[in-house]
Every structure is written in structure tokens, then in C-alpha cells.
Design a protein around this ligand. Sequence first.
Ligand SMILES: [Zn+2]
Length: 91
Amino acid sequence: MKNQDIKKEALSQMNSLFKETNNNTEKRYLELIQKISKKTNTHIPKEIKRKFCKHCLTIYTSTNSTRRIKNNKIIITCKKCNSIKRIITKK
Ligand SMILES: [Zn+2]
């Protein structure tokens, strides 16, 4: 397989894994997504990346995280492990 094909395949795998994630599987699936990303040297898509905490492998919800917007930055705080994620939003 060509390098590009591997990345394409990895992306679609990550997307479908994330779609199937639920309370029981989130930790395992998010771990898998990180593994695929590392193994294939593919970045986790932005839409997925900003939806979970990479430290404790939890999908952000309104109860386990806080989200603030400040100076074009989205600041997400994970209440579970207290990690902070900053996302710069481009105009
Ligand atoms: Zn966390």
C-alpha cells in the first residue's frame, strides 16, 4: 500500500471508531485512535482531537469539562484530570 493510502485508511478508521464510541468503549477506542495515529504517522483529525481529553481519554461533555472562549481561543478544561486544552480558532 502506498503511504497516502495508509493515511487515508487510518483517517477513515479513526473517524468510524470515534463515531462508535460510547460510555463503555470510549477509553479503549480513544486509545486505539491514538495508536493508529502514532503507528501510521497520521494526525488525528481536528474535529476528533478537540472532542476528547488525551490525558485521561474521556470525551468532553458539558458535565466533565468547561469550555471558554477568549481572544479567539477555545479553552477546554477537563474536570477529570484538570488538564487544559487550548484551541486557536482562525478567523
Ligand atoms: Zn482529562
